[in-house]
Design a protein around this ligand. Structure first.
Ligand code: PGA
Length: 241
């Protein structure tokens, strides 16, 4: 199991440094675990400079759809040496009106430039209520290219109605969606490529529910927001996986 911590804009540079320091003070708990940390963009350098846990991957929460040029304020994925990137997070889709076309460009930049690419997918509450979940997910997956360019692809299923709300779907609900995703991937890629693609769940994961969620057989990891920013909660989740 992999625990991916999406720190969003919760932790500033100092907080991030302190968090990493605490991890190193208790390195015996963390060094054997597979951890991905996504600090805010301005804290990536500090996190990188202060960490040397062997299994820790550091990445960007998002990237520009453009790789270089005169684009003031954009953050190109090729501007910093990192190993992972998240694209298509629902906060990007919904708060910044990112279309599937925009996310497709970001996805391709990430696949081209970094070793691990997380594509987030998931339905909104009203889409769920209209029974459109599978249709939405299929549309969000439709941007996947045939060629993954050697990057490890991770599909993170994150129902929008679950992010930051404390509402967590049942294990059966998540399993059904992941089975659908798996079937979609099998139709698109060879079995060899499919074996390398990982499936995550995200949405109100915390130290209380992570153990139960870990029982989902198709699951390879979690993308965790707010609970991953509090060191004690993070530590408990790491111990539980
Ligand atoms: P949450 O966020 O854990 O705070 O619900 C998850 C996410 O946005 O990836």
């Amino acid at each position: 199991m992999i625990l991916a911590a999406n720190w969003k804009m919760y932790l500033n540079e100092n907080d991030s440094k302190e968090f990493i320091k605490k991890m190193h003070l208790e390195s015996d708990i963390f060094e054997e675990k597979n951890i991905m940390i996504f600090p805010s963009h301005s804290s990536i350098r500090t996190v990188k400079n202060n960490s040397n846990l062997p299994n820790m991957i550091i990445g960007m929460q998002d990237c520009s759809e453009i790789l270089d040029g005169a684009f003031t304020g954009e953050n190109s994925i090729s501007s910093i040496n990192i190993d992972a990137c998240i694209v298509g997070h629902s906060e990007r889709r919904n708060n910044f009106n990112e279309s599937n076309e925009t996310i497709e460009k970001k996805l391709n930049n990430s696949l081209k430039c970094v070793k691990n690419t997380i594509l987030c997918i998931g339905e909104k509450k009203e889409e769920k209520e209209r029974n459109e979940t599978y249709h939405v997910i299929e549309e969000q997956l439709s941007i996947l290219p045939k060629d993954l360019q050697g990057s490890r692809l991770i599909i993170a299923y994150e129902p929008v109605w679950s992010i930051g709300t404390g509402l967590v779907p049942t294990n059966e609900y998540i399993s059904d969606i992941l089975s659908f995703v798996k079937k979609y991937l099998k139709e698109l890629y060879s079995s060899e490529i499919c074996e390398d693609i990982l499936l995550f769940y995200g949405g109100s994961v915390d130290e209380e529910n992570i153990k139960k969620l870990s029982e989902i057989s198709l699951l390879n990891g979690f993308l965790v927001g707010s609970a991953s920013c509090k060191f004690e909660k993070f530590k408990k989740m790491i111990k539980a996986i």
